[in-house]
Design a protein around this ligand. Sequence first.
Ligand code: F6P
Length: 342
Amino acid sequence: MKIGILTSGGDAPGLNAVIRGIVYSGIQTSKCDDFIGFRNGWKGVVENDITPITRHDIKGIHKLGGTILGTSRTNPFEGNGGVDRINEVMKLNGIDAIVAIGGEGTLAAAKRLTDAGIKIVGVPKTVDNDLDATDYTFGFDTAVGIAVDAMDRLRTTGDAHGRCMIAEVMGRHVGWIALHAGMAAGAHAILIPEQKTSIDQILEWVTSAHDRGRAPLIAVAEGFALDVMTDVHSERGLDAFGRPRLGGIGEMLAPIIEERTGIETRATTLGHIQRGGTPSAFDRVLATRLGMAALDLALAGKWGYMVALRGTDIVDVPFEDALGKLKVVPQARYDEAKILFG
Ligand code: F6P
């Protein structure tokens, strides 16, 4: 079987480890040794932009951030794309099946293509960790580690000046990065999209920490909104999927906190720093296992399925079970963290 691999959507640390897991396990087990990569996600499929992936190409790449194949947010049904074009490109290159590594947009496109008869299996990916069908996605652990390191640093400079520090992290629809990093760094408030909160409540937490002689630290997810806001904070236009580009809620909150409390306040937006660089050991292992399992899925002909982590096991789930369901932070997890606020 000849397998095409693509990475699509926003990158996440661990993408290269997945590619290596697929190719290396195929070669080691002699189950498959014919792999090609599509460059820049679905764009490479539509434009027939391919590159062979040999054992040499995957040497040591599990340690590298980004993706050796490149990525894009291209929708395979737009422009010159569509089922006929993708079938044509696969036939042209003798490709039997595709392993698509991507987030919800990628998997939704993969489902449509599978329904039209194209042989695809999926590997879920998002630093936000918001896919309900898998306990963890690779990239999340790395993003949390980077955010914790940044928050620890913000605390020392905050302590030095007696300032309130706001650390804004990624998390479009869900607050997993903010929750985990905020708890690990001992934040005095964690603000997440699932929990709209009043400014008065935030001021209470800030003041209470400050009154105890602490420099208050707030962890806020980019998708957080105050209870009086009708939408997320966005001042950077729309992305390729027509979604608002996020970032800046921390900067928006800082002057309000400073004015209302008299405590000097600074905000830092971590942004894409959380997605770059070398993956953590946890993400390397998870991504490698998912890649190996995705190859098995393809060899078993389980088209329309993706691999997922349940507990410590790698399982497979149909695309439809994985789509449209966000894994939000449960109320109990937030309530537990909230005991330590202020
Ligand atoms: O979905 C992952 C994510 O990192 C979100 O947290 C963030 O809002 C978005 O991607 C940023 O996308 P881009 O890299 O296209 O700016």
